[in-house]
Design a protein around this ligand. Structure first.
Ligand code: PLP
Length: 460
């Protein structure tokens, strides 16, 4: 079979890429200096590039290929749906079988009464939908002043104007504003980096961070606050796992002031933390949640917002349309693949397997392999997520100076040695496919150790 890739040499593909392709979140000068890595195929937890290297994908694509690459069940679902009905929209009182069944499947796996589902294409669109929905809800309730959404520093909620307004990424805030108004932010629950003092326990720190929400509500007035949103574990912020006291206290405060609680499950959903959704791991029940990525294991772009009965009954009690939607909301092929993905996860009992087997093994092995390494200040993680803080001096937690981008040095060593790890500043993060085996976890840990040694040597 003739493929596009085979018509070009590796170098000519890289040159065309450099000439015509603007990459997201990429330093173009650095990219053009060496050319993009061209990924050609994938199977299980491995990728291959155009130079023939086999690479263990420690990031499941971009936190999304939960069921691994090359799953026939998902490929066949797409193929069959393409033949039967490749597209029809879900606007204006139309629907189709894949989207109906997917909505039901999501209602069944989400906690409590999150029984209603709105579809979009990306996590960012789901977040935009959430912002419009919660503001619209309070307006219908006769409280239009309740429109402030409180989020957190170093949160990531996507890259559209609304998503980046809500997120707390300072680098993003430097470009492309002005931002969506009526968004406030509070501190993040990052114990290793931001505890108030050395004596403070994680539990006390978790409560202090949650109480920053109460302070913010009192500052701006509860009558003006629509919702609080957070990722159960901050993923793109570097895998920041909050202390156990944090989320229950956030929930208590939201209830006390009648503020909607929103969980952004774009990374934490679909088994990543050893539960279907991250909120279940941390003991809180949101009123509304966003999901994407693992929903289709990344095989198709699809996202969703799950909404509880309280919000939905207000929406339905009014005769108005919700004037919001995307051409591809509930796209039949994406919905069919997402449904097949949920069924596959259920058949393979993968969430329980991660919870009771793979995650404990991964968390133990990654610590055994790296905890004593001179570069490693701290390791935190839950389920199949890990964040590793790189430091110049372990005992004082001193970071490398700005002229040494230690994360990128480490990331490049990983790639050269057949492992994908992502760098978030000076933190290295891991989020492998949920189907990773013990042997593959061992391989990942060995490679990571070698790459940390090489990084240390390069930085000296
Ligand atoms: N929300 C969270 C928690 C995310 O991690 C991401 C992406 O990483 C998004 C939203 C945005 O998703 P997308 O990139 O699909 O727009």
């Amino acid at each position: 079979m003739t493929t596009v890739a085979s018509l070009h040499t590796d170098d000519s593909l890289k040159a065309i890429d450099a000439s015509h392709h603007l990459h997201p979140f990429t330093n173009t000068h650095a990219l053009n200096a060496k050319g993009a890595r061209v990924i050609t195929r994938a199977q299980g937890v491995y990728l291959w590039d155009s130079e023939g290297h086999k690479i263990l994908d420690g990031m499941a694509g971009l936190w999304c290929v939960n069921m691994g690459y090359g799953r026939k069940e998902l490929i066949n679902a797409a193929h069959q749906q393409l033949e039967v009905l490749p597209f029809y929209n879900t606007f204006f009182q139309t629907s189709h079988e894949p989207v109906i069944k997917l909505a039901q499947a999501i209602a069944e796996i989400t906690p409590a009464d999150l029984n209603h589902v709105f579809f979009a294409n990306s996590g960012s669109e789901a977040v935009d939908t959430l912002i419009r929905l919660v503001r619209h809800y309070w307006s219908l309730e006769g409280k239009p002043s309740k429109n402030i959404i409180i989020a957190r520093e170093n949160a990531y909620h996507g890259s559209t104007i609304a998503g980046s307004s809500l997120g707390g990424m300072s680098g993003m805030h430097k470009q492309g504003g002005p931002w969506v108004p009526n968004i406030e932010r509070i501190r993040q629950p990052y114990y290793y980096g931001e505890a108030d003092n050395q004596e403070q326990s994680p539990e006390a720190f978790g409560l202090a961070c949650a109480r920053a929400l109460e302070d913010k509500i009192l500052e701006v007035g509860a009558e003006n606050v629509a919702a609080f949103i957070g990722e159960p574990v901050q993923g793109a912020g570097g895998v920041i796992v909050p202390p156990n006291t944090y989320w229950p206290e956030i929930q208590r405060i939201c209830k006390k002031y009648d503020i909607l609680l929103a969980s952004d499950e774009v990374i934490c959903g679909f088994g990543r933390t050893g539960y279907w959704f991250g909120c279940e791991n941390f003991g809180f029940t949101p009123d509304i949640m966003t999901m994407a990525k693992g929903l289709s294991s990344g095989y198709m772009p699809i996202s969703a917002v799950a909404i509880n009965d309280r919000i939905t009954s207000t929406l339905l009690a009014h005769d108005d349309d919700f004037n919001h939607g995307f051409t591809y909301s509930g796209h039949p092929v994406a919905a069919a693949v997402a449904l097949a993905n949920i069924r596959l996860m259920q058949q393979e009992n993968i969430v329980n397997h991660v919870h009771s087997d793979t995650a404990p093994y991964f968390q133990q092995r990654i610590r055994e392999a790296l905890k004593d390494h001179p570069l490693v200040g701290h390791i935190e993680g839950v389920g199949l997520l890990a964040g590793i803080a790189l430091v110049q001096d372990k005992s004082t937690r001193t970071l490398y100076p700005d002229n040494i981008d230690i994360g990128l040095v480490c990331r490049d060593h990983c790639f050269e040695n057949g492992l994908i790890m992502r760098a978030v500043g000076s933190r290295m993060v891991l989020s492998p496919p949920l189907v990773i085996t013990h042997d593959q976890i061992d391989e990942l840990c060995e490679k990571a150790r070698l790459c940390f040694d090489l990084t240390l040597a390069s930085a000296q």
